[in-house]
Design a protein around this ligand. Structure first.
Ligand code: 4AD
Ligand code: MG
Length: 462
């Protein structure tokens, strides 16, 4: 007989039919006549109750049915007399696939701290919290593809191994097959990368944007959605060394269009979560963040503020607030500044635009004033920067001049510069940090808790 998933059974299972369920034991209780097993198979938050008549299944066999054990249960789906659940399974046969010794099973008890669960990241998806987070994570990934597909964007697979440094900020992870304890050397004593696998130094990508732009300038509208890598030693609750990023890139979009897309996209994703992940969101709201659902609904209902960086600095200076990092025109905003603007001053998301060119990447379109670029960062409550993007410099001369001004090597990005030589076009794009989105949507406070296997300094165990 076909195994049914618990989510399916609870939604539409027909009572008084034979049934097979398989899953992991959450709890077992009972008396000398009957045992109750709460079984979870990961398909949803809810467990299904298995009722075991000890006259049918001997108590001896139930001894190994402990928290964490994996079972197959054959039985009948019946209406449940207990309140709070519509149906339950009357067990006729139980097969134990895998036992879980109560003496050693780390999730024997409930209510572990998130820190403890991080140390057993390979088991934490079996908890209610991580089950919810990972189901929401899946739903968001699906919604992202749906959003773009429904609007005629193409999913472009940009490379993970690259020879260029897109953002020009932060250290990158090198990719090499050379023997690092004894690499070949040139006559000047430098590492001879011509003998390396790719014949030159290569890294894991920090962003798919540069290749994404090639896609926009041919397919019109593309998006990337893949892992990116930054060897930053920033041990914060908002940074990972390996994170996923969504990067749409659109020909013929100016900064205004880019902002509109970013706001519409974020609202769509939040609405999708509210419509499709209700049970999990309610759990997160109850357990971790009492204002979660309210905050999600609030963002949906309100227009994002659009503000010039210069005005933003004036507001911060006039705030009378003592920031850890004082700010002046020209400084890069810290998360304390971003959150002041969003949470205290405007009390809604802010899109900050026209940043000083010195603190932004080389590819951003230069404004007439010679000082600022057409950058946009979307700032969110509790998160700070959730999206970074810009209109791109489409003028070959200006872009090349900026590359040289910054002391970059033209030869490293010759192919990118070439796109401005033939059929250049105004275009824009942005990058949404997938885990930052998930922090916002799940109400979790630490980015290590919204990705199955976080990669941070000194942490790559599993
Ligand atoms: O602002 P960033 O560095 O922008 C870019 O990489 C551009 N190439 C994007 C584009 O225009 N196509 O990164 C974009 C977003 C940030 O706003 C943040 O949400 C997330 O990526 N992000 C990180 N998320 C987790 N850990 C890190 N270390 C992150 N660094 C950036
Ligand atoms: Mg940024």
């Amino acid at each position: 007989m076909k195994t049914q998933r618990i989510a399916e059974i609870l939604k539409s299972g027909a009572v008084n039919t034979d049934i097979v369920v398989k899953g992991w034991v959450r709890t077992k209780r009972g008396n000398k006549n009957v045992a109750f097993i709460a079984l979870n198979d990961g398909s949803c938050m809810a467990n299904i109750q298995i009722v075991v008549d000890l006259a049918v299944i001997p108590e001896e066999q139930l001894k190994a049915v402990t928290t964490g054990a994996c079972l197959r249960v054959d039985g009948k789906l019946v209406e449940s007399p207990a309140s709070g659940q519509g149906v339950e399974v009357q067990a006729e046969k139980i097969e134990i696939y895998g036992t879980a010794d109560p003496e050693t099973y780390p999730l024997q008890k409930k209510g572990h701290s998130l820190e403890f669960l991080r140390d057993i990241a390979y088991l934490r998806p079996r908890t209610n919290t991580f089950g919810a987070v990972l189901r929401i994570r899946h739903a968001m990934a699906y919604a992202i593809h749906k959003y773009f597909n429904d609007r005629g964007f193409y999913y472009l697979h940009t490379p993970l191994i690259t020879g260029s440094d897109c953002e020009g900020a932060g250290a990158m992870f090198n990719v090499t097959t050379l023997d690092i304890s004894n690499p070949p050397r040139t006559e000047e004593g430098k590492v001879d990368y011509s003998q390396d696998f790719f014949g030159k130094p290569c890294n894991l990508t920090v962003s798919g944007q540069l290749e994404g732009e090639l896609g926009a300038l041919s397919l019109g509208q593309i998006y990337t959605f893949g892992p990116t890598f930054r060897a930053e030693h920033s041990n914060t609750p908002r940074h990972l060394a390996e994170f996923w990023m969504i990067e749409p890139e659109m020909a013929f979009y100016e900064l205004e269009d880019n902002m509109e897309l970013a706001e519409d996209f974020l609202k769509y994703l939040i609405q999708y979560a509210l419509d499709n992940c209700r049970e999990d969101l309610e759990f997160m709201n109850k357990m971790w963040d009492k204002e979660l659902i309210e905050r999600l609904e609030f963002v949906l209902k309100n227009d994002f503020v659009r503000l010039d960086y210069t005005e933003g600095i004036e507001i911060l200076k006039a705030s009378g607030r003592k920031f850890e990092f004082p700010c002046e025109w020209g400084c890069d905003l810290q998360s304390e500044h971003e959150r002041y603007l969003v949470e205290e001053h405007f009390k809604r998301p802010v899109i900050l635009i026209n940043y000083p060119k010195e603190i932004k990447a080389f590819y951003m379109k230069q404004n007439e004033d010679g000082k600022t670029v057409r950058a946009m960062d979307v700032l969110f409550p509790k998160i700070g920067e959730i999206i970074g993007g810009s209109e791109r410099e489409a003028d070959y001369g200006k872009l090349t001049a900026r590359v040289n001004e910054l002391g970059m090597n033209e030869q490293d990005v010759w192919w990118y510069l070439d796109t401005r030589r033939w059929g250049s076009a105004p275009h824009s794009g942005f990058g949404l940090g997938f885990e930052r989105l998930l922090l916002f949507v799940t109400g979790m406070a630490n980015i290590r808790d919204v990705i199955p296997f976080p990669r941070t300094p000194n942490n790559a165990e599993f």
